[in-house]
Design a protein around this ligand. Sequence first.
Ligand SMILES: Nc1ncnc2c1ncn2[C@@H]1O[C@H](COP(=O)(O)OP(=O)(O)OP(=O)(O)O)[C@@H](O)[C@H]1O
Length: 261
Amino acid sequence: MSTASGSTLLEVAGLCRSFDGVFAVREVDLAVAPGELRAVIGPNGAGKSTLFGLIGGQLRADAGTVVYDGDRIDRLPAHRRARTGIAVVFQGARVFAGMTVLENVMVGAHADTRAGFFSAVTRLGRHRADERAIAPTARECLARTGLSDWADRPAEALPLGQQRVVQVARALCGNPRLLLLDEPASGLRAAEREALVNLIAELRAEGLTMLLVEHDVAFVTRLADRVTVLDLGRVIAEGTPAEIRADEKVVAAYLGTEVPA
Ligand SMILES: Nc1ncnc2c1ncn2[C@@H]1O[C@H](COP(=O)(O)OP(=O)(O)OP(=O)(O)O)[C@@H](O)[C@H]1O
């Protein structure tokens, strides 16, 4: 099937997923243009991570479609979606201990899924020819993310903020056209968040299409072209950051947690 127009890279329609009979994601529609940075926000339990998994392929939809670059991908396993050019940075993902920063990033060229990372880790070192081919790309990704000086350090020795940047560099190593980020700023200190905001802004300026799932409204409203707001699994609002901040339904959904001015 080929439904996406030239102005849409990712098109989600009527997407539903329930757990134990309760909807986590309900009739969600979402269309992301090439080069767009789309944020998905919502209070705890709104369905953000579920939607993320339905797009990345870690979860299967009960109903609805996910069309990427004109093709339906909702029945594909995660590693096949990755091969089409969708890269994922998972919530709370950790670097591989016992590997350098460069090696961690090189895994991204092999790895298609979280499970795939482990086979990729064991493959690294066994296929020296592959390594020689991938290393220049990985070094480019390190340069792009400001990590070049850390290339040969043990990844687990880096501060958490830079470990998060390693995850982004690893995702970039697969040369994605769509980058999915699930709460990349969680647990980071203010200066680390600032560095991450700047990095994501640079990737946006380079034209990379991104879907950023985030609990922190202030973080995304500084970055996003458009914001989709979920509450109880449904889209309750979509618009520019300014429109979203002024939306009464959004303010009500976040009642008590304060939508920043
Ligand atoms: N694997 C699962 N099994 C059962 N219920 C689940 C599962 N995953 C999610 N849910 C439920 O689906 C709903 C949406 O959860 P989800 O994690 O997608 O929300 P979220 O917006 O990402 O929340 P948070 O901001 O707290 O991470 C919640 O009610 C959650 O309890």
